[in-house]
Design a protein around this ligand. Structure first.
Ligand SMILES: NC(=O)c1ccc[n+]([C@@H]2O[C@H](COP(=O)([O-])OP(=O)(O)OC[C@H]3O[C@@H](n4cnc5c(N)ncnc54)[C@H](OP(=O)(O)O)[C@@H]3O)[C@@H](O)[C@H]2O)c1
Length: 310
């Protein structure tokens, strides 16, 4: 099969399209013919070698943790899936090597959700990692009925879904940080936009009124946004960071690290099919142009998601 792969860590140029053996599947795995693979900032961090302390890596490495495609075959212990089924998954395994930027990928069946026929492959591939991160981080902070929730980087892959999911969970107001060019986009998702930067604490306080504090915060940006969040949240137990693990621990804040979850993935994609969750895809690239996709993401200003088509 053709796959994007690399044999050393480094910048985007280490990646190339290669001919590699088809994946082997274990008893509880499903072999998926990839139609689309979502690209996430973590793919760039893995490629740069930054995550080697967190989980085992093996070279040559095929990047990619998001997939939408069609089941080709199933392992002997798989009962819920059959060839021809259209599926999607956040397919992060315990060891990083055989990712989704390939013509086919082996995925544990516990990670797989069914793709509704009304949701296209590109949209489905853009959803799992970012959607699960959005949902799981909102659960960590207990976002729900009547809450005022602050979402940093609200125009990004995770943030644009988080804003909508927070409203779906019952939040009465969502305030989303973004640069001014993204304010209309953030507003269209159901949030009140505010510019990030030095003036953020005052701007949020003015928006919310009263004591100037919010009920819950999800930090998708880190750095200054993390510090400002500490000042803006009423109770630190209702703040999480998906970016700044070390700072979170130092400050008694939970760091969210998204886990594959088939049930939650199904809930998310069903919400998309019901027209209640919009997945914004800024750009698609053919598999062979994965280098361009990584470079675009590393620019740090993608609106929504970037997806590779296979
Ligand atoms: N812990 C986990 O499980 C987990 C899961 C997913 C992602 N992450 C991490 O979370 C971060 C966000 O992921 P993502 O997929 O949403 O990234 P992304 O799509 O690349 O985020 C891009 C967005 O960030 C915004 N942005 C840039 N600088 C900002 C700042 N200083 N303050 C606020 N917003 C800013 C940009 O908005 P403008 O263009 O308007 O500036 C852009 O829309 C990444 O570091 C990623 O690795 C962690």
């Amino acid at each position: 099969m053709k796959a994007i792969a690399y044999t050393r860590f480094g910048d985007a140029d280490v990646m190339s399209l290669q001919e590699l053996p088809d994946p082997l599947i274990g008893p509880d795995h499903v072999l998926v013919d990839v139609r689309a693979a979502g690209v996430n900032p973590v793919d760039c961090k893995v490629r740069a070698g930054y995550l080697q302390g967190l989980l085992p890596h093996h070279l040559p490495l095929i990047p990619g943790w998001d997939v939408a495609g069609v089941v080709r075959s199933v392992g002997v212990g798989v009962y819920d899936w059959k060839p021809g089924d259209e599926v999607l998954a956040y397919a992060r395994k315990d060891h990083v090597q055989f990712g989704t930027c390939a013509e086919s990928v082996s995925v544990p069946d516990r990670m797989i959700a069914r793709k509704p026929s009304t949701v296209d492959f590109v949209t489905a591939a853009a959803l799992p990692l970012a959607g699960l991160t959005a949902l799981q981080s909102l659960k960590v902070v207990g976002a729900g009925s009547g809450d005022v929730v602050l979402v940093h980087a609200a125009a990004g892959g995770v943030g644009h879904l988080q804003v909508q999911i927070a409203r779906e969970l019952g939040a009465s107001r969502v305030i989303g940080t973004a640069s001014p060019r993204n304010h209309e986009f953030v507003r269209s998702l159901g949030a009140e936009p505010v510019a990030y930067g030095d003036a953020l604490v005052d701007a949020v306080a003015e928006l919310v009124g009263g004591d100037g504090l919010v009920d819950a915060v999800v930090d998708n940006a880190g750095g200054l946004a993390f510090d400002q969040s500490l000042q803006l949240v009423r109770d630190r137990a209702r703040m999480t960071s998906i970016v700044d693990g070390a700072r979170a621990r130092e400050n008694g804040v939970v760091n969210t690290w998204a886990r594959p979850d088939a049930g939650q993935t199904q809930w998310l994609v069903d919400l998309v099919a019901a027209g209640k969750l919009r997945v914004e895809v800024l750009q698609t690239f053919p598999l062979a142009e994965a280098v361009k996709a990584h470079r675009l993401l590393e620019g740090g200003h993608v609106r929504g998601k970037v997806v590779l088509t296979v």
